[in-house]
Design a protein around this ligand. Structure first.
Ligand SMILES: [Zn+2]
Ligand SMILES: [Zn+2]
Length: 115
């Protein structure tokens, strides 16, 4: 009965629509991330040492699109080529925890990170 009532949403990081992914986590400001991009971000966070990131030269003052934390010594941000959107390591962890806790029977129902 709600069919068609909701606008189509897509991952802000890879552009896949809600119909192409199992999970889309939403921020408060219209940024979404799918489970595949959560995995990609985890890979980046675990394989790329923080020291490899140059934070001193030409780094814009960006914030996590999900929790609004700014990029500092304790927060690492993953960016996207598609949109001016960022997600931090803490939000990646939260997404992973939510996915681990919920069965895939909830698949294709967006998992809202906030709210
Ligand atoms: Zn994605
Ligand atoms: Zn965050």
């Amino acid at each position: 009965m709600m069919a068609g009532a909701q606008p189509q949403v897509e991952c802000s990081f890879c552009g896949k629509s809600q119909h192409q992914v199992w999970w889309l986590f939403a921020s408060n400001n219209g940024v979404y991330i799918c489970e595949e991009c959560v995995g990609v971000a985890q890979d980046i966070l675990t394989t790329a040492p923080p020291d490899a990131e140059d934070r001193s030269n030409g780094v814009p003052r960006v914030r996590c699109s999900f929790c609004a934390k700014s990029w500092d010594d304790s927060v690492r941000l993953i960016d996207t080529q598609l949109n001016p959107a960022y997600i931090c390591n803490e939000c990646i962890d939260r997404c992973r925890q939510i996915m681990d806790q919920k069965a895939l029977s909830a698949a294709r129902v967006p998992g809202w990170l906030n709210g």
